[in-house]
Structures are given as structure tokens and as C-alpha cells.
Design a protein around this ligand. Structure first.
Ligand SMILES: N[C@@H](CCC(=O)N[C@@H](CS)C(=O)NCC(=O)O)C(=O)O
Length: 212
């Protein structure tokens, strides 16, 4: 039987697009890993126990032996360093990858994640349509940037799939309505299909645990 202590572990949960970026990077790079379920919807990330795992109070967190690492972009870079997969071929490509990963963290995933949370997971009596619409409008601007980039290029940075693509797609396979309809964005649609055609690709709900 396999020694489970050697496996990388990822604190994550199915609804978390930020966790998906880390999980999908590992899965596509053929890394053996194990999920540790984070009960986000019952406030686990706010507990002192969780803060001792990640002082930032967020998922995902990667555990590799004694090392714990948070921030999906840092985890992605860590997996690139470990496996040699999905990084840049040149220093200039490396910078380009970083540029898109930072953009994703600020303008794609944070807006997509917040909009999806406000519109679907927040209790209905606490939802504000005005706030949701504001986020959707901002998110739409980011989708336009992404669509435009993918009009000119198959992948976001470099000639091949990189962690930049795996970052920016993090929220775009989820079924809940949050202002993104694939058919409205032909280049994003084509790119999402190209990513999901990669060997080892899994939908976030098939890759990470959810509370029954
Ligand atoms: N920039 C961080 C964002 C992580 C993040 O916001 N994670 C969410 C779940 S998708 C979280 O744990 N939020 C807890 C909170 O904000 O209280 C990353 O890319 O890892």
C-alpha cells in the first residue's frame, strides 16, 4: 500500500476556484496528491486552528512534508519548480506568465469568486442585487480583456498551456450563474475546451471534496 505521508496534500473544497487552480495544476502535472476538506461554509477558515495552518485564513494551502504554502499562484509556481511542467520556456515567458497570474488573482478570480459567492452562496436575505450587479459589471470588463487576449493567441502566455491559463480558468467551469455564459465569449469558450481536453483534466466538483 502506498505511504500516504509522502503525498502532497491540499487544503481545499469543491466550490473554491482558487483551490481548483492549485488542484488542477497538480492533476495535469501528474502529481500524486490528496485533498483535505476545508469546511469553508461553516466558518472553518476563521477558526484559530485554521489560522495556525494559514495565517491568511484562506484555501488553498499546500502541504509538502513540513512545508505549508498558501496562495494559489505561489502553489502553482511551486508545482512548476517541482515538476518542470507548465512554466515558461524563456525568462521573458516567465514574466508574461507572472503578469497573467497576478492579473487573474486581482481581476479575474477575485471578482468571479466574489460575484459567485454573493449571487449563489450567501443566504438570500443577505443578498444585495445592487452589489451583485456592480461586481458583475466589473467582472465583465475582465472577461473582455481575456476574450481579446485569446483572439490573438491560443494560450495566455507563451506557446503552450501554462499556469497562467490554469489560473485564469479557475472559476469558469462552475455551473452556478455569476455573469459568465460561455457561448457569449467564443475565444474563451474555445480556450476552455482546449484546457478541458488536456490529459488528466477534471471538473472542480470531481477533483475536490464538497460537503454532502
Ligand atoms: N489570492 C488567494 C485567494 C484565496 C481565497 O480567497 N480563498 C477563499 C476560498 S475560494 C477563502 O478561503 N476565503 C476565506 C475568507 O475570505 O474568509 C489565492 O489565490 O489563493
Amino acid at each position: 500500500m502506498e505511504n500516504q505521508d509522502n503525498l502532497l496534500k491540499l487544503y481545499c473544497f469543491g466550490e473554491s476556484g482558487n483551490s481548483y487552480k492549485a488542484a488542477l495544476t497538480m492533476e495535469l502535472a501528474d502529481v500524486l496528491w490528496q485533498p483535505i476538506f476545508v469546511d469553508f461554509f461553516n466558518g472553518e477558515t476563521r477558526t484559530p486552528e485554521y489560522r495556525s495552518i494559514n495565517a491568511m485564513g484562506e484555501a488553498p494551502v499546500l502541504v509538502d512534508g513540513k512545508r505549508k504554502l498558501s496562495q494559489s499562484g505561489a502553489i502553482q509556481k511551486y508545482i512548476v519548480a517541482k515538476t518542470g511542467r507548465f512554466g515558461g520556456q524563456t525568462p521573458s515567458e516567465e514574466i508574461e506568465i507572472l503578469r497573467w497570474v497576478f492579473w487573474d488573482n486581482h481581476k479575474m478570480s477575485s471578482l468571479a469568486g466574489t460575484t459567485r459567492f454573493l449571487a449563489n452562496f450567501l443566504p438570500e436575505d443577505l443578498r444585495s442585487q445592487e452589489v451583485i450587479d456592480w461586481h458583475k459589471a466589473r467582472f465583465r470588463v475582465s472577461l473582455k480583456v481575456l476574450e481579446k487576449r485569446l483572439q490573438d493567441s491560443a494560450w495566455l502566455a507563451g506557446q503552450n498551456l501554462t499556469i497562467a491559463d490554469i489560473a485564469c480558468c479557475g472559476y469558469l467551469y462552475y455551473p452556478e450563474p455569476f455573469g459568465f455564459k460561455r457561448k457569449e465569449w467564443p475565444c474563451i469558450d474555445r480556450w476552455l475546451t482546449a484546457i478541458s481536453n488536456q490529459k488528466g483534466w477534471k471538473h472542480p466538483y470531481d477533483l475536490m471534496p464538497r460537503k454532502p
